[in-house]
Design a protein around this ligand. Structure first.
Ligand SMILES: [Zn+2]
Length: 364
């Protein structure tokens, strides 16, 4: 399997353009034109994981955390990052990471934990603004359905749990074709009037290339008149953290015990119990302290995350149950998610999840 194909499957699900500005997700080592015999999925790339890849004959490692994050100026093997980079290159192993681009989609990093907790009505906890565009295109009456369907098929017209969203108004378009043109209707040199539909439809900005090509291939005109605007609306499918509800409210202690069991967490650091049942649950896998206030304002009864510092626990302020279950524990299901993303689109490709737990934190 050519590496670019595997990358396109992952990035169709978690577009690289959705990663945070500080991140370094994507193809870190390797050439996308290389052929991959087998892929190994892990959480962090460690030297042990590279040994495992060598042992099973995998020449691609897909991780959640990117091994190179802040950049490298020298590669001497003085620290674990440099040693891993050297080892991967020497053994012809490509390294790819799906990090905050996987965090920032509603069906991403938090998806499997949310499913295991039985959360329903899932929404993004901190939806991003400025991720949407609006397309306005003028289509001759008889071709409206075809153009509209092709835009829907390319991913336009989704608002929350609704698809096929668009708006249309009818009017008259005018144009005059010059010498050398090949007009769909009308004659060269004469002003032509055509009944047209002004079709308005929104789409996530990362799909812009696909939307424009769907538009141009389905529209009958030689020169298609269209406008694309950036809009400020927040989109529910893109952003950090998620929030959802359990069917039945649960006792706080029993809920945390359930979380502990599902995640195999060795310990959970949590704020005072509020002596009420929990139903609305917010989750942000990884370092999620930045979303404590969002979880509170969204009305979450409990917030499950990792890497909460001492003073940040005070932010609960008796209005939410904050539970720090550990960075690794809160994000560990990215392995299963990446596996299923690849298997769904390329079922015959040899991919497997690493047997190694790369969690560097131990509990005494
Ligand atoms: Zn993380």
């Amino acid at each position: 399997m050519i590496l670019s194909k595997i990358i396109s499957v992952i990035e169709a699900y978690a577009p690289l353009s959705l990663q945070e500005s500080y991140d370094n997700a994507g193809l870190i080592i390797g050439n996308s034109k290389e052929y991959i015999t087998k892929a190994l999925i892990c959480f962090d790339v460690t030297e042990d994981v590279i040994d495992e890849a060598i042992k099973i004959g995998a020449n691609l490692i897909i991780s959640h955390h990117p091994i190179i994050f802040g950049g490298l100026k020298k590669i001497n093997g003085r620290n674990y990052v440099e040693r891993i980079v050297i080892k991967a290159i020497k053994n012809d192993i490509a390294l790819y990471a799906a990090h905050t681009n996987l965090d920032n989609i509603i069906n991403g990093t938090n998806k499997i934990l949310a499913e295991k907790l039985g959360l329903k009505n899932i929404k993004t906890l901190s939806p991003q603004a400025g991720m949407l565009n609006k397309l306005i295109v003028y289509v001759p009456l008889a071709h409206k359905e075809k153009v509209q369907q092709s835009l829907f098929d390319a991913g336009a017209g989704h608002i929350g749990n609704y698809d096929s969203c668009s708006f249309e108004t009818q009017g008259t378009g005018t144009f005059r074709a010059s010498e050398g043109s090949n007009p769909f209707v009308g004659s060269i040199g004469e002003i032509h009037k055509e009944d047209e539909i002004r079709l308005e439809i929104i789409f996530p900005s990362h799909l812009k290339g696909r939307i424009i090509s769907a538009l141009l291939s389905s529209h009958p005109y030689e020169e298609v008149a269209y406008d694309i605007y950036k809009i400020e609306n927040k989109t529910n499918n893109i952003g950090a953290g998620i929030i959802g509800e359990m069917d039945v409210a649960e006792d706080e202690l029993l809920f945390l015990k359930k979380v502990k069991k599902i995640t195999s967490a060795k310990g959970i650091k949590h704020t005072d119990f509020l002596k009420k049942k929990v139903k609305k649950i917010a989750i942000c896998g990884g370092s999620g302290a930045f979303l404590i206030n969002k979880a509170k304002s969204a009305g979450a009864d409990a917030y499950i995350t990792g890497d909460i510092k001492y003073h940040e626990f005070f932010d609960a302020d008796n209005s939410i149950l904050i539970a720090d279950i550990g960075h690794y524990e809160s994000e560990q299901f990215t392995n299963t998610l990446l596996f299923s993303i690849i298997k769904e689109k390329i079922p015959t490709f040899a991919v497997q999840i690493s047997d190694i737990s790369t969690n560097p934190v131990n509990y005494l």
